[in-house]
Ligand binder design. Structure first.
Ligand code: URA
Length: 284
């Protein structure tokens, strides 16, 4: 392993360890050096957070080791998918962030594990006040192991910028962590298999606001709601005390640019929660 690879791996380990065991982390000096590449810590939000000691936790989480496209063949599951809890049977509801990431990385809870290259755990600030919840990884995300890095991702990045945030400040995740073949919508058994993961991510991050992108996360978080995304977008919903704004998915906007005006209205409602206001003429 070359030196940069080794350092990257050590740094990744330290980040994960600090997330998992905030009490055993590094001295401020060493931490500063190690986390020099990590986004500047945001002031801790007023509302309740997970129990991290303030100076201790790194802000940004990158997913665990990814398979590269050079690993060639897609990951093939030798064992049949099953509905047993992942990670040796530990309930995701009791998992630390690190355990959750590892459980997702090795999950074979549904048939999507047979065709994925990488799982896509999520990306961004684990202490984010603003979270975006998409549908499922596409081809680019599957290859890179990161959410929203394709065309829809470029648009989402611009939307986040227009909201006066950046990607390192927010957390971006998907309802389903593996790519459905041919980008079809995830099937009910697949969203169900992934449900404990996203539930736990939301619980650990405890964002102030979740922006729900499209119908798939709507069905997951609010299965009792019969209305579709077109009807429901733009009205605040409540998920266990977290404000949720449903809006159209960026991929839909790529196909229907006229709907961008609606989404922009929705996003401005979210911005207002954070005391941000669109200034006409200001470029994101
Ligand atoms: N669409 C999604 O819903 N998620 C991604 O990560 C990419 C595209």
């Amino acid at each position: 392993m070359s030196r940069p690879d080794l350092f990257d791996e050590i740094i990744e380990c330290l980040k994960m360890q600090a997330l998992d065991s905030p009490d055993t982390c590094l001295s401020p000096e060493v931490r500063r050096e190690f986390y020099a590449d990590v986004a500047k810590p945001a002031p801790p939000p007023a509302h309740s957070r997970r129990t991290m000691s303030p100076g201790c936790a790194p802000q940004r989480f990158s997913a665990p080791p990814r398979r590269s496209p050079a690993d060639s063949a897609p990951h093939v599951c030798s064992a049949a998918p099953d509905s047993a809890p992942p990670a040796g049977g530990k309930d995701p509801r009791n998992m630390s962030w690190r355990e959750l990431a590892a459980a997702v990385a090795s999950c074979r809870g549904c048939k999507l594990c047979r065709t994925r290259t990488n799982t896509v755990f999520g990306d961004g600030n684990v202490r984010a006040e603003l979270m975006f919840l998409g549908e499922a990884p596409g081809a680019d995300e599957d290859l890179q192991g990161l959410p929203f890095v394709g065309r829809a991702g470029e648009l989402l990045t611009r939307m986040i910028g227009a909201m006066q945030f950046n990607r390192a400040e927010v957390f971006i995740a998907n309802t389903v962590k593996c790519r459905p073949p041919n980008n079809r919508n995830p099937e009910p058994d697949e969203t169900e298999a992934c449900r404990p993961f996203i539930m736990r991510q939301i619980e650990l991050i405890r964002p102030k606001v979740i922006v729900m992108l499209g119908a798939v996360p709507l069905r997951l978080l609010f299965p009792e709601v019969r209305a579709g995304i077109t009807r429901i977008r733009g009205s605040w919903m409540d998920y266990h005390g977290i404000k949720v704004m449903p809006t159209f998915h960026p991929a839909y906007l790529l196909r229907n640019p006229a709907a961008k005006a609606d989404v922009w209205k929705d996003l401005q409602l979210v911005m207002a929660v954070f005391g941000k206001k669109h200034v006409p003429g200001r470029r994101a």
